[in-house]
Design a protein around this ligand. Sequence first.
Ligand code: DGT
Ligand code: CA
Ligand code: CA
Ligand code: ZN
Length: 587
Amino acid sequence: MDKETVAGILNDIGRLLELKGENPFKTRAYGNAARAIEAISEPLEKLAAEDRLGEIKGVGEGLQKKIHELVTTGRLAYYEELKASIPPGLVAMLDLPGLGPKKVKALHDRLAVETIEQLDAACRAGSVAALDGFGDKTQARILEGIAFRRQYATRHLLSDALAAAEPVLETLRAHPEVIRASAAGSVRRHKEVIGDIDFLVSSKQPAEIIELFTTQPGVLNVIAKGETKASVHLEGGLQADLRVVSDAEYPFALMYFTGSKEHNIAMRQRAIQRGLRLNEYGLFRSTEETRDPKLLVACKTEEEVFEKLGLAYIPPELREDHGEFEAAEQRRIPRLIEWTDLRGSLHNHSDWSDGRESLEEVAGMADDLGLDYWAITDHSRSSFVANGLDAARLRRQIKAVRDLNRRLADEGRNARLLTGSEVDILGGGRLDFEDGLLGELDVVVASLHQGFSQDEAENTRRLVQAAQNPFVHMLGHPTGRLLLEREPYKIDVHAVIDTCAATGTWIELNCNPYRFDLDWRHWPYAKSKGVKCVINPDAHRSNQAGFLRLGAGIARKGWLTRADVVNTLPLPKLLEALKAKRARAGA
Ligand code: DGT
Ligand code: CA
Ligand code: CA
Ligand code: ZN
């Protein structure tokens, strides 16, 4: 168990003890220990193995034992018991804005609320505002927090849904009675946020498939189980639905259950205009609702169904009723980017700022993955929480990257690191480094990290100003949203895109699954203005290179092709492209 996790659990224990009204010295000891652990430089496992946990400042004997148990077994009985002794509703309240352990305890003691629902009712009745130390403002914030929580509790990140879906699909496909199997719904459409996972199978033995689905490893509980459909909760809390159909019905059912609902409605309308009926069972020569096999227009694949309705194949990612029908009718559905088109990444971190690995380790990973280039764009000095680099450290890093590249070349390795910075856009749109230094870097990403205001015009001005700098190649995660956690900050997206178009600045599609920023809905506009996309994992550790694959799926939703995405270029072409804006500005 790593030290961040251990520190997180100790902090948690402190909060839970405070919630129980334990004496403040005891609760504070946990917070102090957590901070001390975060600051140590050696691995905790090593200290534990060598019996040296006592060397950590301010950690007494009792705490040492607990840390030892955590580090060596990955669990802590004391913590489990403590959690079990507190109503889960109270623990959940700790995550609401404006509520710490003291306030939650007060609510529990004085209003006897134990669940979020009871707290919601108490707020609505005005009893929370009436308590000492609360007031109208706090009550309103709690209500807002509860509403936010409700909206998001049943939604999940695409990355989590895909991770849960892949093994299920494998299990289904491995069964001898399965003819065809696919994910459907929002997962197949690669939506950034997922409600539930849908699966479709064709088989002659639906009962066997339903049995397999409801009893596979990973299933927490069965919500519903019928002859041809079932719903379960998977570990991690995601719901998964399965339909089993005949193989003749499969293409129609796949189309129907892939959605989106809006896309399906338009498809049905098209069928009706042609005197046909389209539903989950088939395409029928009928003016009435039917599933009569004698009226069926047989199709083996989705392609054929589209063809029968006068449409080119529409990839699932585009099925959002965002212009795909017109394009499919006119045969101008573009050939969308594939994740294997990506040759590298232009926004990543290393242990010089808040990344996990050293330059050597990052380069090794990029080379192992067969990538051509990987830019190191650590944070700039104003991001001091992220250990941002000042000018002197950045200059040392540039040298370190160049030295490393020479070694990579000597060893006959393919991948190269690029020098760079994710430079903070400060107030007024100024950048954290001078132009002279930016000009020495291969890659400059400019990002807003702090101080974004409620004022759309001010945020927009900062991004526009950054895009106007000839040394800035691209804007990083331009709206700052964190899916399921934080709304985007307000900006005039079109104004920012227009400036990027005018200045030759690229825009990042940050493919961290919490971000997917710029949102796919804006890419058709950006593309229409000629603005290029860079799909960047913003990797802080090596396994995040895998985000590139998710990012390509989101880029496909934005109608982007290989030519629209800068990091599909081979290294020599990329290096040229990196010089274009500077050359144009005469810089
Ligand atoms: P989600 O689960 O909220 O992320 O979104 P979806 O799109 O996966 O929605 P879901 O799971 O409720 O249903 C899967 C697909 O089934 C949906 O994309 C389209 C189709 N579908 C479901 N209900 C309806 C409906 O009432 N009308 C039509 N036309 N299609 C529907
Ligand atoms: Ca779904
Ligand atoms: Ca569903
Ligand atoms: Zn970053």
